[in-house]
Design a protein around this ligand. Structure first.
Ligand SMILES: NC(=O)c1ccc[n+]([C@@H]2O[C@H](COP(=O)([O-])OP(=O)(O)OC[C@H]3O[C@@H](n4cnc5c(N)ncnc54)[C@H](O)[C@@H]3O)[C@@H](O)[C@H]2O)c1
Length: 250
């Protein structure tokens, strides 16, 4: 098993890619902690993993609150004794508010998508250092690399911040035996908070620009997160893997 005896915390683990990642990790032998602001949904994911024979736990995590991170990390370590893998997956869509000039929405995007990752690296990284090392995987996006219509500027800005923090954290944490990488999904199923980007017309236009001419599946992202979480990527740090069917290669 690729994650045997590892303990993993996944933020936003109740959502599409987070859930697929939690299930993949559990199948590969990890004890998985599903953290999400949607506590009932996180509980349902953990329950279904446990019923399938995996090891899972759920907790309420609001990635924007430092106290929520410290409580979550303490709970993981108290329950499982260590933290080996952190997936900073929680996020909100850049199309939730159709007002592309909203300053409040800019602040919200940076708070959840960028500061949420900073806090995860800070507290998850500290616990991992105490466990002797580990792997942090951050979810960025193609929106950090390319412009797309209808998406608030703050979304790409927040994801570019994730990419930059990934590199810097990889440098800072290497001495602690912690690798830090990012995965940048392209056209995946809409997020919980997607509005404009869930519109079929908008999606068809975007998918037309994908060399592979299709959207990705959440499992295809989870597989790359799994690779970066596992020891198979033991010499990979500070990088970002695009999972976009070639969209950003055009
Ligand atoms: N779906 C896409 O097309 C796409 C493309 C590129 C990048 N991404 C990124 O991938 C990640 C996962 O996206 P997804 O498609 O699974 O979306 P999703 O909406 O299905 O899942 C995101 C999860 O994050 C949770 N969340 C939101 N705010 C939170 C908070 N403050 N604290 C804790 N949890 C919170 C949500 O409840 C949800 O369960 C996100 O970071 C997203 O920005 C998604």
């Amino acid at each position: 098993m690729r994650l045997a005896d590892k303990v993993a915390l996944i933020s936003g683990g109740a959502g599409g890619m987070g859930r697929a990642t939690a299930e993949a990790f559990a199948r590969e032998g990890a004890a998985v902690v599903v953290g999400d602001i949607e506590a009932a949904d996180a509980a349902a994911v953990a329950k279904s993993i446990t019923e399938a024979g995996g090891r899972a736990h759920h907790l309420l995590l609001d990635v924007t609150q430092e106290s929520s991170w410290t409580a979550a990390v303490d709970e993981v370590v108290e329950r499982f004794g260590r933290l080996d893998v952190l997936v900073n997956n929680a996020g909100i869509s850049g199309t939730f508010d159709p007002d592309l000039s909203s300053t409040e929405f800019y602040d919200q995007l940076m708070l959840v998508n960028a500061k949420g990752v900073f806090l995860g690296i800070k507290h998850g990284g500290a616990a991992m250092a105490r466990s002797g090392g580990g792997s942090i995987v951050n979810l960025s996006s193609i929106s950090a690399s390319i412009g797309q219509p209808g998406i608030h500027l703050g979304y790409g800005a927040s994801k570019a911040a994730v990419r930059a923090m990934t590199r810097t954290a990889a440098v800072h944490l290497a001495d602690d035996g912690i690798r830090v990488n990012a995965v940048a999904p392209g056209m995946l199923p809409p997020m919980r908070t997607s509005r404009g980007s869930a519109d079929p017309v908008w999606r068809t236009k975007q998918i037309d620009g994908v060399p592979m001419k299709r959207a990705g599946e959440v499992q295809e992202v989870a597989d790359v997160v799994l690779f970066l979480a596992s020891d198979e990527s033991s010499y990979v740090t500070g990088t970002e893997i695009m999972v976009d069917g070639g969209l950003t290669a055009v």
